[in-house]
Design a protein around this ligand. Structure first.
Ligand SMILES: Nc1ncnc2c1ncn2[C@@H]1O[C@H](COP(=O)(O)OP(=O)(O)OP(=O)(O)O)[C@@H](O)[C@H]1O
Ligand SMILES: [Mg+2]
Length: 229
């Protein structure tokens, strides 16, 4: 049964697909069989990128398919260890569906208030719809300065949410790499790769902890029930 990471935002172009590809690579490097579910039927950016990756001959292969909704992707949960649900641009309703389907839900955002205010409102809405806060995390992304990371931690953390440490800066090297089917950890620049690796490693670690806690919780629960009956 696959672990599920979802990425969503109400704003477009915040870095969901960049993160999805990077998460898939780190998952594969940890020997997980990974799949990206591209939920953007219009743009299909993740899927088209995977075609460029195949053409480049870069290993590992990262499998990507296009789906109309998270539920359709989850039907393949038995085939993989990790499925990354890459949410579409500006699809408000789907963010909730993705969050409901996910063990961990990530929202990338810049560290400026114009972007963070709507991002926080979206998480508040998810909470209202019953998504537990511990499943949600902000990833500062495309920042321009260390101060933006500081501001982001203060603002988003102050709103009551977890924020990944560090961030990928706005750097042409990330776009360049992705032009050739590579990920944010495979750019020409060690510093860029290291920033990306640091952020994405936290995602996988957090996911594993959440899934393990859930499994232990379920075991404890069924043990108690069995003893009571
Ligand atoms: N850290 C970065 N530095 C520079 N360019 C970046 C960075 N992250 C992403 N980009 C570029 O910004 C654009 C948007 O990124 P991406 O596609 O990952 O966002 P998205 O949230 O998936 O967008 P959409 O909402 O359209 O699906 C892409 O052209 C991507 O190559
Ligand atoms: Mg995208």
């Amino acid at each position: 049964m696959a672990m599920i990471i979802g990425l969503g935002s109400h704003k477009g172009g915040v870095g969901k697909t960049t993160f999805s590809r990077a998460i898939a690579l780190v998952g594969a490097a940890q020997n997980l069989s990974v799949h990206i579910a591209d939920l953007d039927q219009e743009q299909q950016s993740a899927f088209e990128w995977s075609q460029r990756r195949i053409a480049s001959g870069r290993k590992p292969d990262i499998s990507v398919d296009v789906y109309s909704c998270p539920e359709q992707a989850l039907q393949r949960a038995d085939e993989f260890d990790l499925i990354v649900l890459d949410g579409p641009a500006r699809a408000k309703a789907m963010a909730l569906e993705i969050a409901q389907a996910s063990d961990l839900f990530i929202q990338p955002t810049k560290g400026v208030i114009d972007d963070m205010a709507p991002a926080v409102r979206m998480f508040h809405e998810l909470v209202k719809h019953g998504i537990p806060k511990k499943k949600m995390v902000f990833a500062l992304h495309g920042v321009l300065a260390a101060k933006e990371i500081e501001d982001g931690l203060e603002y988003l953390g102050g709103a009551g949410y977890e924020v990944l440490k560090g961030a990928m800066y706005m750097q042409r090297g990330y776009g360049d790499a992705q032009n050739f089917g590579l990920t944010a950890l495979e750019t020409k620049w060690d510093t860029l790769n290291a920033d990306a690796a640091r952020v994405v490693a936290q995602v996988i670690r957090r996911l594993r902890t959440l899934v393990e806690d859930e499994a232990v919780g379920n075991d404890v629960h069924s043990n108690i029930q069995a003893r009571a009956s």
